[in-house]
Each structure stands twice: as structure tokens, then as C-alpha cells.
Design a protein around this ligand. Structure first.
Ligand code: PMP
Length: 411
């Protein structure tokens, strides 16, 4: 996947006004991209233009602005479908983000498809939002949760899928890329194994869609969920992609305006998917902003973005090896995204993050919404630096200076 065409990081940085500031008297070095990314001018300008010229409610109005807003919203749906290689725009449901997408599947698909004694297979790499909705579903249906472990190098134990997948496995939930370790999981292989026992597969794409080219057809899954705010888009918007026939079979998730055909006092009929799952006034502006973010990322090229981030992690690991007590927790190899989760001697991650913040460096410290994984690693927390297209080797150097300063400070 690597390509030799390097990104022009100086030009890219210039597109992100927020990066051009000092924090605590130092140049801001933003390394918290796995939590949320910053927004380029093109996205902010799209939001501004939409609100200044085109905004109205969608689908209902017979006036010019409503027509424009509807076209912009449905255009964003088609854009999102292209971004992930979906067959049809109707397979794209706009949601608030990955969390809502997964909850939608657990609530609308789950109860009809799971019975007492059925099994849901997850992995120890899952974010809480790909665990808790399935726990709620298991409590409602009497299904059981099982989980695939990792080996000590941070990779999933693929051999365990063969052991844990049974005829009772109805649902497999797996993250495409780990937000805590940066592991890129072989989702195609996992989906193929799940399909051999007839399981439905949901892939959590929150950390993949911003950084890798995605083709849901090639992945072979049934549902794919991701968030706009991690991929240069606005907050409050995300995508749940589902296979057409599954979306058609599923009951509505919420009831209200926009999702109905005929309403009587006692009963209603519903529109087909995706409208059936979008009750109420949708988040039109942010869907349009997300489409602009997809244009922006694809213009640069997701393969180049991934290669750049991979290169930054490799450089960070090289520099980290020179720092006493630095221990990276992710896999080393091509299956590694731009996430660097590490320990630094016995310095607590929160203390470390505070020292880094005092030097203008934004990282995350904690369990990263991965408590089962932290337990598996025998840790309460890690420090995580996560890279995006606007980071460069200078940022890594500043991070490493910060780590050395922290060692000195706490010695
Ligand atoms: N899954 C993964 C792997 C994530 O990293 C995140 C965000 N940290 C989520 C799900 C949840 O995304 P959101 O909060 O945008 O719904």
C-alpha cells in the first residue's frame, strides 16, 4: 500500500487554521487524532456556505431552499456511498457517529435475530461502543458474549475465531483498526470465517475510514460504522452502512417525522431504508460538511495518507527506542496504523500528558474506552499519540523532547 509520493505537509498544515496557534507558550503539536481530528478550511467553508445560502428543512418543503438542502443532503449520502465503495446510496444511513450506528444495529437488527443461547463474538480490542450495545442486547435476548484475545504483540489471535465461531454465533463485532494499539485487523479474513458459520458481521470503522481506503464490498461485512469528526468532518454526523436486504428487513430504530409513509392513530407504515432509520430532522449541515471532508481526503489520497502515518509511527518507534523506559504496545509491521500507545518507565500517563500539555503537545492518557484491553495488558492506562495527515517528523521530535523532559522532571 505504500507509495513514494510524499505529502506536502507544510501546505496541508496551512489548510488547518487551528494548528497555527501557541498553547502554553509553545507551538501546538496536536497528537490526539484518534479521539478527534481537526477540520480543514474546505470543510468549515462548506458549512458556512450551506448555512449562509442553502439551509432549510429537507424532503418536506416545496420551495427553493428546501430543494437545495435536500439535494445537498442526498448528494452527501451518495458521496459517502462512493467513499466506502457501497453499491447504492440507499445503503447509507446517517447517524450521529459510530456509537449510534452500532446501537442502531443492536436495537433494530438484534432482537429479531437473537434468541436465548445464541452467541455474539467480539474481540478484546473493541472500543466500549462496540461492547456495551451488545451487552444490552444480550441482556434483552439471553444471548452470550464471547471474545477473541490478542497475542502479546497486540495482534488478534486469529486461531481463536475458529474455536469460538459456532453455529450459535449470530453476530461478530470487530474493529477494523484498534484505537488503542493501532493494529489493523485482517477484517476480510475474519468476515470469511464468520460467514462459514452464517454469522452477520459488523465492522467498527471509526479508526479506519479516516486513514485507509475502504471498500465494504471487498471487506464482505454486513454493517460498517464510522464517525465524521475523526476524518476532518464535523461532529455529530457519521455513517452506518448496511447491506440493502438487511436494512429492508430491520424494524425502525426510532419513530417520528420523515421516516413514515402513512400514520394512523393506531399504526403506521414506514418509508424504505435509509429514511426508515432517520426519524426527525436530520443533521443536514454536518452531512454536507462530511461530504466535503471526504472530497478533501480523497483529493489527497487515502493510500498516501496511510503511508505517511505509517512512516511517522516507524520514525517515532525509532526515536522512542533511544528513550529510556519507552515501551510501545502495538504491533510492529505493515498492519500498524498511526497510533502510538506506550509506557514511559513508571511515569503515570496522566502525569506525562500534563507535562506534554505544558509544552503545547496534545496527547491522550487513560484507558481510551478500552477497559477490557487494558485489563488484558495488565495496565490501568497508557499514553497515546495518534497521527494524521498534518503531522510530520518535527512533531515526533517535539514529542520525544517532551518525553525526555518528563523523565528529567520525574527523576
Ligand atoms: N470505535 C472506535 C474504534 C473508536 O475509536 C471510537 C471513538 N473513540 C468509537 C468507536 C466511537 O466513536 P464516536 O464516539 O464518534 O461515536
Amino acid at each position: 500500500m505504500k507509495t513514494s509520493t510524499r505529502l506536502d505537509i507544510k501546505a496541508i498544515k496551512a489548510e488547518f487554521p487551528i494548528l497555527d496557534q501557541e498553547v502554553n507558550g509553545h507551538r501546538l503539536v496536536y497528537l490526539d487524532n484518534a479521539a478527534s481530528s481537526q477540520k480543514p478550511r474546505a470543510v468549515v467553508a462548506t458549512l458556512e456556505r450551506y448555512y449562509e445560502r442553502d439551509h432549510a428543512n429537507v424532503h418536506r418543503g416545496i420551495h427553493e431552499l428546501s430543494t437545495r438542502a435536500t439535494q445537498a443532503y442526498e448528494g452527501a449520502r451518495a458521496r459517502a456511498a462512493r467513499y466506502i465503495g457501497a453499491g447504492e446510496p440507499e445503503e447509507v444511513v446517517f447517524v450521529r457517529g459510530t456509537t449510534e450506528g452500532i446501537n442502531l444495529v443492536a436495537s433494530a437488527w438484534g432482537p429479531e435475530n437473537l434468541r436465548e443461547g445464541d452467541e455474539i463474538l467480539l474481540t478484546v480490542l473493541e472500543h466500549h461502543s462496540n461492547i456495551v450495545p451488545w451487552q444490552l442486547l444480550a441482556q434483552r435476548t439471553g444471548a452470550h458474549l464471547k471474545s477473541v484475545d490478542i497475542s502479546d504483540d497486540g495482534r488478534l489471535r486469529l486461531d481463536q475465531f475458529d474455536e469460538l465461531l459456532t453455529r450459535r454465533t449470530r453476530l461478530v463485532g470487530v474493529t477494523h483498526v484498534s484505537n488503542a494499539l493501532g493494529t489493523i485487523n485482517p477484517v476480510e479474513e475474519i468476515v470469511a470465517a464468520a460467514k462459514r458459520v452464517g454469522a452477520t458481521v459488523l465492522v467498527d470503522g471509526a479508526q479506519a475510514a479516516p486513514h485507509l481506503p475502504i471498500d465494504v464490498g471487498a471487506v464482505g461485512c454486513d454493517f460498517y460504522a464510522f464517525s465524521g469528526h475523526k476524518m476532518c468532518g464535523p461532529t455529530g454526523i457519521g455513517v452506518l452502512w448496511g447491506r440493502r436486504e438487511l436494512l429492508e428487513e430491520m424494524a425502525p430504530y426510532q419513530g417520528g417525522g420523515e421516516m413514515i409513509e402513512i400514520v394512523e392513530l393506531e399504526r403506521s407504515t414506514y418509508k424504505p431504508a435509509p429514511q426508515k432509520f432517520e426519524a426527525g430532522t436530520p443533521n443536514v449541515a454536518d452531512a454536507v460538511g462530511l461530504a466535503a471532508a471526504m472530497d478533501y481526503l480523497e483529493d489527497i489520497g487515502l493510500e498516501r495518507i496511510h503511508a505517511h502515518e505509517h512512516d511517522l509511527v516507524a520514525y517515532a518507534l525509532e526515536r522512542g527506542a533511544e528513550i529510556p523506559g519507552f515501551r510501545d504496545l502495538g504491533p510492529v509491521g505493515d498492519d500498524r496504523a498511526g497510533v502510538l500507545s506506550f509506557e514511559l518507565g513508571d511515569i503515570h500517563p496522566h502525569d506525562l500528558a500534563q507535562v506534554l500539555d505544558s509544552r503545547g503537545i496534545a496527547v491522550r492518557a487513560g484507558h481510551h474506552c478500552n477497559q477490557p484491553l487494558m485489563r488484558r495488558l495488565g495496565l490501568g492506562a497508557t499514553t497515546r499519540a495518534s497521527f494524521y495527515l498534518y503531522n510530520d517528523r518535527d512533531d515526533v521530535d517535539v514529542l520525544c523532547e517532551g518525553l525526555n523532559a518528563a523523565i528529567e522532571f520525574f527523576s
